[in-house]
Design a protein around this ligand. Structure first.
Ligand code: HEM
Length: 531
């Protein structure tokens, strides 16, 4: 008995000893776990029922977690995600605890119209770069840069530069195609690639007075670099804090950023050595200045580097995506393609003429309508354009959005909103023609609107018009893809049935994700009897 009792006493003593030994750690863990659960419950209750944002319609999960939104960003399906939420819940929808998306044209015009709604921190450049025209959140710096850089994108300046644009875009493309056609009678062209080489050549001339000759040589080191930068933007869009610690996104991506910085620095150095050349964006930056007191403040080298990189990123991907989707839509809609070709060839029957932008603007209304309709139905940058609700909060669409709420302006969902465009899934350039055309155009937000609208809009439109007009004037195009099963059906919901066999991915701009397979076209010389 005694022995057993003694044993049992000892055991109890041992147990107590263990318990006493682990008390601090275990109790800290218990406390932490309890605290986490309480905080989590508090957050769920707050986000779901207490914050004014709880009144905004949306899915239960999205009100307590941003993971579904970030997951769609990483999958490249953000536009589809936003569109399906808007279709289900209306023009204002909650997409994450502190974020709403808006798809109403008047609300977007109001939000984007002034500096009251500032850009969000997600626009900040990675820490190795200065703020630039696109990224700055300061109204003052934005206005100053737009004043300084604006003339470089003005209609007047672009008309003066049109010969150079045509040389890179129209004549070089003709040269490359004619050479190949001479050999084989037909060219198989991967059009998204050709368009991005043209856009790069154009920005090379307009941005730095440099002839990259990317189209003629079939490539350029900048092409791969820009694709990797797109990856960088894509990751940092979902996880903006990577920008503060760019080394975390990997040596390869960071290395690319440094190579782009070097590239821009070399261009600046070279210009200083060679002196003033043509009036390009680089020269404009070097010449600008403002007077502060009796001092003239010029743009610093790091500021010019950041702007230069912006011109490359903003100028290439967007325009080539615009051209790519326009051609893809035309290849899919033969009757619209035929009408467009007939318009161009009736007005400009001979092969030699280079159709200029002014020619297009004044004499090819159907071409402009096709381009506008393509920018509507397949906007190269369909979302999210996030802005912050101002101090004091704001009431939008009947909901109160507290200060600091991220208000995402979903251009893609506006363009596919039946309240704004009738039968929005139908590719119908006609809607941009005639009397009603002007009103329809007013609702087209592909280049955004207001104080931070696209600075390169005119340039993009010049490129799109002259490249398409001259390509379709001289060549007959036939799609070379066999309609195959889409990779993922959800990747193709966007735009309803349109372009159902081109798989695509959203990475700041919306791009074909399998262009080798999906973006092939056969180019034939125009039939002699038509000339
Ligand atoms: C089809 C072609 C293009 C489309 C659809 C497009 C679209 C847009 C959109 C939607 C924005 C607003 C982005 C935001 O607020 O988050 C924007 C801004 C901007 N774009 Fe474009 N863009 C195109 C071509 C270009 C080109 C060729 C350039 C110049 C090289 C350019 C330069 C800029 C700049 C500098 C901004 C920032 C403006 C500011 O914040 O003040 N874009 N663009």
């Amino acid at each position: 008995m005694n022995g057993a009792g003694g044993n049992s006493t000892r055991l109890m003593f041992d147990d107590d000893d263990d318990f006493n030994n682990s008390t601090p750690l275990t109790s800290i863990m218990y406390s932490l776990a309890t605290l986490t659960i309480v905080l989590l419950l508090f957050k769920i209750i707050y986000e779901r029922w207490v914050t004014p944002l709880s009144q905004v319609p949306g899915k239960y999960l999205h009100s307590i977690s941003s993971l579904p939104m970030r997951y769609n960003m990483l999958r490249g399906t953000l536009p589809q995600f936003l569109l399906s939420l808007h279709r289900q819940y209306g023009p204002v929808v909650r997409i994450a605890p502190q974020r709403v998306s808006v798809a109403d044209v008047e609300m977007l015009r109001h939000i984007l119209g002034s500096h009251v709604y500032r850009k969000t921190p997600s626009y900040d450049m990675p820490s190795v770069l200065e703020a630039n025209t696109f990224s700055t959140r300061s109204a003052e710096l934005s206005s100053e840069r737009r004043r300084q850089m604006g003339p470089g994108f003005s209609h007047k300046h672009l008309l003066e530069m049109e010969d150079r644009i045509n040389e890179c875009g129209v004549l070089r493309l003709r040269e490359v195609l004619d050479q190949e056609i001479k050999k084989d009678g037909v060219v198989r062209m991967q059009y998204n690639r050709v368009f991005s080489l043209i856009a790069l050549d154009v920005i090379g001339i307009l941005g730095f007075g440099k002839r990259f000759e990317a189209l003629r040589s079939g490539g350029h080191e900048l092409v791969g670099m820009l694709v990797r930068i797109r990856m960088f933007n894509y990751v940092t869009m979902a996880f903006p804090w990577f920008k503060k610690l760019p080394m975390l996104v990997g040596r390869r991506l960071l290395g690319t950023l440094y190579r782009l910085i070097d590239f821009a620095l070399q261009a600046i150095e070279q210009r200083r050595k060679e002196g003033k050349g043509m009036v390009d964006l680089l020269q404009m930056m070097m010449d600008v200045g403002r007077t502060e007191g009796d001092r003239r403040m010029t743009m610093s080298d790091p500021q010019m580097v950041s702007e230069t990189i912006l011109h490359l990123i903003a100028g290439v991907d967007t325009t080539s995506a615009g051209l790519t989707w326009t051609l893809a839509l035309l290849l899919e809609h033969r009757e619209i393609m035929d009408r467009l070709v007939s318009e161009i060839r009736t007005v400009f029957p001979d092969l030699q003429t280079v159709v200029s932008f002014e020619d297009c603007r004044l004499r090819l209304p159907y071409l402009t309508a096709v381009i506008n309709e393509s920018l509507r139905i397949m906007s190269p940058t369909p979302g999210m354009l996030p802005r912050l609700a101002p101090a004091g909060g704001v009431r939008l669409g009947g909901y109160f959005l507290p200060a600091g709420t991220w208000i995402c302006c979903s251009i893609g969902a506006v363009h596919l909103n039946p309240a704004t465009f009738a039968l929005p899934g139908v590719f119908d350039p006609e809607r941009f023609l005639g009397e009603k055309g002007a009103a329809t155009k007013h609702n087209l937000l592909a280049f955004s609107t207001g104080v931070r609208a696209c600075l390169g809009r005119n340039l993009a439109l010049v490129e799109m018009h002259v490249v398409l007009a001259n390509l379709l004037k001289n060549y007959d195009l036939r799609s070379a893809i066999c309609p195959s099963k889409p990779e993922s059906s959800s990747a193709n919901e966007y735009c309803g049935e349109v372009l159902s066999c081109i798989s695509r991915r959203y990475m700041m701009t919306i791009n074909p994700s399998n262009p080798d397979r999906d973006c092939q076209v056969l180019v034939y010389p125009r039939k002699p009897e038509e000339i």
